[in-house]
Ligand binder design. Sequence first.
Ligand SMILES: [Fe+2]
Length: 202
Amino acid sequence: MYAPEFDRLLACLADVFRDEGRVEADRTVNALLTTPAPQSIGKRTLGDLDAEIGVVLAASRHPAARAVLAAQCLVPWGTNPVAGQMKDDATAICAVAELLGPDAPVPAPDLRVGLLYQRPDSYYPLHNHDADETYAILAGSALWTAGGDVRQRGAGELIHHPSLMPHAFRTGPEGMVALYRWSGDINAHSYAFLDDPAVRAV
Ligand SMILES: [Fe+2]
C-alpha cells in the first residue's frame, strides 16, 4: 500500500539539508526527493521504543521532528548498517533507522540518510568512519564532540564531520533524535570506536 506519509517525511528531511551548502548535501536532497521508495512500505505496530522516541520528538518544534512523529509507524528503527561494529554499551543507548542507502527503503548506491535516537543521560563514545557526515539535531540536545570542538548542540543545528574526524555525543535528560547523511566512501566496515579518555575516566 502506498504511504503518502513516507513521501512527506522524505520531503521534510530533504529540507533539513537544503541550506547546508555542500555539493553532496544537494545531491542527497535530490536523491530524497526523486528516488522512488517502494510502493509497499510496511506499517509497524508501535512499541515501547516508539513511545520513548515519541516523547523526545513531541517536545521539539523542529518541522522534521513533527514529520518523524507523524510517520512513526513507517520508520524502520533497528536497521543500523554499522550494527556489527557497535559495542554492547552503544547498542543499549541508541537506535538507528536507515532511510536511504544501499539496503534502505530508498535505494542509493553511494549516499546514506538515517535517524539516530539516543537515550537520555547516555554517552555515545568516540568513533569515526571513512564517510563524510553531516548531522542535524531534530529534537533534544547533546554535548557534542567533533574533533577538538566540544559544545552543547540543540535542535536545528547542523554539525559536519569530515572523513575520519572523531566524534562523540553525551545526552542530557531529554535524550536526542538526530538526522545524519553520509557521502564519499560510505562503507560500513571502517566504522570504529576509538580510545576515549571520557570512557577511560569512568
Ligand atoms: Fe558518525
